[in-house]
Design a protein around this ligand. Structure first.
Ligand code: MG
Length: 158
């Protein structure tokens, strides 16, 4: 049986933080605001994996009111969420993500991010697909205020 989940996340750009996406630090003048390291790619994929297993969401598992998750490594939260669904008899089969951001150009970093994600999840190479788009100058993304990520994940019984 295959189960499908969707995840969405957005974060605001701020000065003085590193930009971390998919576990990769990307050279840029600004980073993302958040209680954790604000890795919106890891967060969206975490929610897609949890959603596919009907196992809640990232905010329920790792509340941003809990000091334990302050500046947390979101790739570890992702791995932890995947471990939870594994405990329920599923494993990630495949995921597809779209990152929507006006700046910086993310294309050159997508392969590194995909490799970092599959490695952390113990998933086969090629099982995580990443794409980057701009928002054609429209809305909060177009104004460079923040970034959004959409993820779809499929789980298979194991
Ligand atoms: Mg988030």
């Amino acid at each position: 049986m295959t189960r499908v989940g969707i995840g969405y996340d957005s974060h605001r750009f701020v000065e003085g933080r590193p930009l971390i996406l998919g576990g990769v630090t990307i050279p840029y003048a600004r980073g993302l605001a958040g209680h954790s390291d604000a890795d919106a790619v890891a967060h969206a994929l975490t929610d897609a994996i949890l959603g596919a297993a009907a196992a809640g969401d990232i905010g329920q598992l790792f509340p941003d009111t809990d000091p334990q998750w302050k500046d947390a490594d979101s790739m570890e939260l992702l791995r932890s969420a995947h471990d939870l669904v594994r405990g329920r008899g599923y494993a990630l089969a495949q995921a597809d993500l779209t990152i929507i951001s006006e700046q910086p150009k993310l294309g050159p970093h997508l392969g590194t991010m995909a490799a970092a994600l599959t490695a952390r999840l113990g998933a086969p190479p090629g099982s995580v697909s990443l794409k980057a788009k701009t928002n054609e100058g429209m809305g909060f993304i177009g104004r460079g205020e923040g970034i959004a990520v959409i993820a779809v994940a499929t789980l298979e019984a194991r």
